[in-house]
Design a protein around this ligand. Structure first.
Ligand code: BES
Ligand code: MN
Ligand code: ZN
Length: 492
């Protein structure tokens, strides 16, 4: 989608808006706001409907030539980057099939910089414009909307738009991969995307296939991979932006291209959604692309553990004990708790072979986090609360919400092994699955060396939407990418 800044004239005053006499004009309205816009149409509507303005509420008003689309912004004191992004998404959603070009007025009096405003608007528009069904429907209905004119005179908007377009391009790549069905996105196809991206962005790539992973002693990864006939890979992409620094970020992504549960097979209802079990790996891939394009002054390794979890003839069995690359042994009591298995080896690989010393993993790890937090907050687990607070704060600045979960030592008992060191599901709680997201995080933590700051993001609730949102279509969301870029870039 083309996003232009209206160069006709300055739109810093509402008076100028009245110069738009035809076509579509989107007008943001805060809840309870008295419109200063002197259009008779708008002011009489708001007089009749004084409660208009609830978040993402839409109302069309029209005179013969001008169609005004009012969009509610909710309460002004609660407005932020994320809601501005979503406002642009809601506007785009309304316009997509209706017109080729539209004008969009900006909310006034925001406590965001012009750069942030441009970024938020661009991301909201481009994320809504992305439509995975266009790759599959035989009868395509491409979006009519081609161009949005932002009515603003702020010169800072332009650099924000550029950055927003860069970010949303990568976010939409991650979403596209995640929305692909598992028959089209095998681990090998994912690897090919990673290879292309590495080449285009000058990233160093290292790939371990199953045989190589086995030889290195990555028994947990191999245990999961062996149930599928498709080849599996551990992929590392490296970016070096500050060769004189020893600091090295390790970003790790769970990349299960399909999770059937393995021998501990899942119930069939909603199993099709387990094509999304690679959203962590897609987020890592996209984040590496953005960081490289922005030429950040940091060192980063992005690791993706990519395999299917299937119950083939060679599949691992409940009760198997695997030797992980961390040195610890793990009892596989449930083959459906496979994400933590692939990640414990990936995280050891990041530390031992790449010397990463600041770790963040992203994983659609547990159904339990969906029960706890629903669609809106990503669960945060850490061995270093200060580090996690930096991430949560970065998320707040870019409209991604996080919630810090407990990691007390008390929970360690719940993954203690009978004959192995640790178990891949929790036990000893007051009901099966008790503290399911925390015991999952505890398992991954077992692969983290002492004094290495580490954050685990359980994105199972936030990585995809089963139903459309008022500001974004259904499917993968690309969660995490904006936050990671903000956090890492801020740490120079
Ligand atoms: N990929 C799933 C987690 C998941 C489930 C994400 C539903 C989103 C929606 C993960 O591999 C899994 O199966 N976790 C199990 C763990 C359990 C066996 C301890 C779960 O959450 O049920
Ligand atoms: Mn599973
Ligand atoms: Zn899974």
């Amino acid at each position: 989608m083309q996003i232009a800044i209206s160069d006709k004239q300055s739109f810093s005053t509402n008076k100028k808006l009245e110069e738009i006499k035809d076509g579509y004009l989107v007008l943001p309205i805060f809840e309870g706001e008295k419109a200063k816009f002197s259009s008779e149409l708008v002011s009489s509507f708001l007089k009749e409907n004084p409660k208009f303005g609830k978040l993402y509420e839409v109302q069309l008003l029209y005179s013969p030539n001008l169609k005004i689309v009012l969009i509610g912004l909710g309460k002004k004191d609660k407005f932020d980057f994320g809601k501005l992004q979503n406002f642009a998404g809601a506007a785009t959603k309304y316009l997509l099939a209706k017109t080729e070009e539209a004008n969009l007025a900006l909310p006034k009096g925001l406590s965001l910089s012009g750069e942030q405003i441009g970024q938020a608007l661009s991301i909201g528009i481009q994320l809504m414009d992305h439509d995975p069904s266009l790759d599959y429907k035989s009868k395509k209905e491409p979006h009519k909307l081609k161009k949005i004119n932002l009515l603003s005179s702020d010169p800072k908007l332009r650099q924000g738009l550029e950055r927003g377009n860069l970010l949303s391009g990568s976010i939409n790549l991650a979403r596209k991969l995640a929305d692909m069905p598992a028959n089209e996105l095998s681990p090998t196809v994912f690897l090919n995307h990673a290879k292309d991206l590495a080449k285009a962005n000058n990233l160093e790539i290292t790939v371990l296939d199953e045989a190589h992973a086995k030889k290195k002693g990555m028994g947990a990864f191999v245990g999961v991979a062996q149930g599928s006939d498709e080849p599996s890979y551990l992929i590392a992409l490296e970016y070096t932006g500050n060769s004189s620094s020893k600091e090295k970020w390790g970003l790790l992504g769970k990349g299960i291209t399909f999770d059937s549960g393995g021998i501990s097979i899942k119930p069939s209802s909603n199993m099709h959604e387990m094509k999304y079990d690679m959203c962590g790996a897609a987020a890592v891939l996209a984040t590496m692309q953005v960081l490289a394009k922005l030429k950040v002054k940091n060192n980063i390794v992005g690791i993706m553990a990519v395999t299917e979890n299937l119950p083939g003839g060679k599949a691992q069995r409940p009760g198997d004990i695997v030797r992980t690359y961390s040195g610890k042994t793990a009892e596989v009591l449930n083959t459906d708790a496979e994400g933590r298995l692939v990640l414990i080896d990936a995280i050891a690989w990041a530390q031992k072979d790449f010397k990463a010393n600041k770790l963040i993993d992203l994983a659609t790890l547990t159904g339990a986090i969906v029960i706890s937090l629903g669609d809106f907050n990503t669960g945060v687990f850490t061995n270093n609360v200060q580090f996690a607070k930096q991430l949560i704060n970065a998320g707040g600045q870019v409209g991604e919400k996080y919630w810090l979960m407990p990691m007390d030592e008390d929970y360690d008992e719940m993954i203690k092994g009978e004959i192995g060191d640790i178990t891949n599901i929790g036990h000893g709680g007051s009901m099966p699955g008790a503290a399911g997201s925390i015991t999952g995080a505890k398992f991954i933590e077992a692969g983290v060396k002492e004094n290495i700051p580490w954050i685990h993001l359980d994105i199972a609730g936030t990585a995809w939407d089963s139903k459309p949102k008022p500001y974004r279509g259904a499917g993968a969301t690309g969660v995490g990418i904006k936050t990671l870029v903000k956090l890492i870039e801020g740490d120079k």
